[in-house]
Design a protein around this ligand. Sequence first.
Ligand code: F6R
Length: 246
Amino acid sequence: MKVLVFNDNNALAEFAASEMIELLKKKPAAVICLASGDSPKLTCELFVKKATTEKINLESFIFIGLDEWVGLSPKTKGSCESDFQNRLFDPLGIRPSQYHLFDGLSNNLEKECADMDAFIKKKGGIDLMVVGIGMNGHIGFNEPGVDFNLLSHVIDLDETTVSVGQKYFSEPVSLQKGITLGLGHLMNSKKLLLLANGKRKSMVIKKAVEETISNLFPASIVQQHPESYVLIDEDAGSLLDKSKIK
Ligand code: F6R
């Protein structure tokens, strides 16, 4: 794990977007998995800009959605799918055959999980994961206490996730379960970027990178990934022991 501290979120997002672009230049059929939510928002914007101005060939790029709220329609503004659609698929003309997302409305969520795992396997694994960190240390919907070895699964959402999650919606929604890639996928990914910005993420970042690795704080698993980068702005890194920053 390497911790990279940027002056601000713009510089952080520039770096993350460039990582995606460089990967696609080297490997046009790369498999990239992204979280939705606030953390990767600017990265997506800059990725779209760079991909357009640099005329990156996105014909064979494969996109995986990290997670979805169970019970929400993809049309609901605030669902993960609506984020991906608005941030990436529409502006870049990514075709449905190029992406695989969880259907939170499926009446067979186990099959959703099995299909996702099979899709990732068939595509040769995930080249790059770009994720955020929740206020309870979750990544995706891998909530505190999750088994580190799981692949795709359905999980009861932690109360922090339920309350913080309301920020994505214009009116209160009932959030109970999530469907998510597991930390097994995270550990199997070839490269991992964890993004966090702002003071409110400073404590969770400190725990993720400095505390003992434990499933009670799932994001601590980034310490174990051989090719993981924690990208933070100065605010998110404000509580870190500076001697540990590379
Ligand atoms: C969203 C996701 C979540 C978020 C995390 C941080 O798809 O997987 O784990 O990344 O809750 O959310 P933000 O970025 O909104 O602070």
